[in-house]
Design a protein around this ligand. Structure first.
Ligand SMILES: Nc1nc2c(c(=O)[nH]1)N[C@H]1C(S)=C(S)[C@@H](COP(=O)(O)O)O[C@H]1N2
Ligand SMILES: [Mo]
Length: 362
């Protein structure tokens, strides 16, 4: 099957956001387990092309400021000691549709988030094997996908490249993943190898990874400097734009759905919470539009970088319409805001999730 036909299969359980590039988001109501089944895991591509890589020809090269440049086959990688981690990926454009005034970019609702069990080798150990030279500031990662992007009316032919500061790249929890939920990666999720960066927005987790390049220079690639930077209103110094990096503290209500009709009786409100600045320490729920809050039962994280399930029992008694909200606080003291400051591309919207439900007259 070609990668493109496979995509159609992969996207079957998801909500279409864009056909070209191929992007799909999850339905919140289907996010009901710690691990998102692969067929319900959101997909965010940037180019028309989905690389169709023959695993026998595949090589991961490590070059740049290293003592021993490497060219690793898939067998070389799977022969190394492996790491298993539960990691949540959230697209920086998740919840973009709810930014006001409207923001530029794909109109994701709240479903550009999912969690998988990833298996692979630690990035730090591969960098170690290559031997890092002095003076490295960033490590650049390149994917096999490329295509055209337009900027200021000019067409650019580019690949998908991203960098991490060296001190982040050495985090032992960053993995070069070859398995997702116990199976080889699917074409849409980066087969045969992708980076998985726990606690960062999804753009850092480069798919179809083919090259790792430690360097002493700042990386100026399109997806590093033109995208995934906060662009604020008004005049600005372009060089000082802040990069999008660690996940913001956030939570979502997955049950009930917005607009759901709940029959009188007991109901368990539930969802997930996460943060890139430590564990989520507290999850408050309001069932009256923010007038009062109750503490939900919150699970500990499976490991750092995994979202945390929460739930709150509720009694649907009086018929009427109810506004539910969820508000997470992380261990660093960050709390979800009611509204976020606007930015041109609508990145990192972690405003309190608010839904309305109905208890019908019987
Ligand atoms: N090579 C490559 N890597 C990529 C992308 C891409 O378009 N090309 N998209 C990034 C973005 S913006 C996100 S949110 C995640 C999405 O991963 P998923 O499609 O497996 O959910 O992959 C990231 N890695
Ligand atoms: Mo993304």
């Amino acid at each position: 099957m070609t990668a493109r036909a496979q995509n159609l299969v992969e996207g079957a359980g998801l909500v279409p956001v864009s056909e070209d590039p191929f992007c799909r988001e999850a339905r919140l109501g289907t996010l009901d387990s710690l691990i998102t089944p692969t067929e319900r895991f959101y997909i965010r591509n940037h180019f028309h092309e989905v690389p169709d890589i023959d695993p026998r020809d595949y090589r991961l090269t490590i070059d740049g400021l290293v003592r021993k440049p490497l060219s690793l086959s898939l067998d070389d990688l799977t022969a190394m000691p492996s790491t298993d981690l539960v990691v949540t990926l959230e697209c920086a454009g998740n919840s973009r549709s709810f930014i006001t005034p409207p923001a530029e970019g794909l109109a994701f609702k709240h479903g550009a988030i999912s969690t998988a069990q990833w298996r692979g080798v630690s990035l730090a150990s591969v960098l170690n094997n290559a031997g890092l030279k002095d003076g490295i500031k960033e490590v650049v990662f390149h994917g096999a996908d490329h295509g055209e992007e337009e900027e200021h009316g000019r067409k650019l032919d580019i690949d998908y490249g991203r960098s991490l500061p060296l001190e982040i790249a050495l985090d032992p929890n960053i993995i070069l993943a070859y398995e997702m939920n116990g199976q080889p990666l699917t074409p849409g999720h980066g087969f045969p190898l992708r980076l998985v960066v726990p606690g960062w927005f999804g753009m850092a987790s480069v798919k179809w990874l083919t090259n790792i390049h430690p360097t002493d220079e700042p990386y100026h690639g399109f997806f590093q400097k033109r995208r995934y930077v906060y662009i604020n209103e008004g005049t600005e110094n372009v060089a000082e734009r802040q990069p999008v990096s660690a996940l913001k503290v956030k939570s979502l209500i997955t049950h009930p759905r917005h607009g759901e009709v709940i029959q009188p009786g007991p109901y368990t409100v539930r969802g997930f919470a996460w943060s890139g600045a430590g564990e989520v320490a507290k999850l408050d729920v309001s069932v009256n539009g923010g007038k009062s809050w109750r503490k939900a039962k919150l699970e500990r994280a499976a490991n750092s970088g995994a979202w945390q399930p929460w739930e709150l029992p509720w009694q649907a008694t009086d018929p009427g319409h109810y506004v539910f909200m969820a508000r997470a606080t992380d261990s660093a003291g960050n709390v979800q805001p009611r509204t976020v400051p606007w930015n041109f591309r609508g990145y990192a919207n972690n405003a309190i999730h608010t839904i309305a439900i109905e208890v019908p007259f019987t």
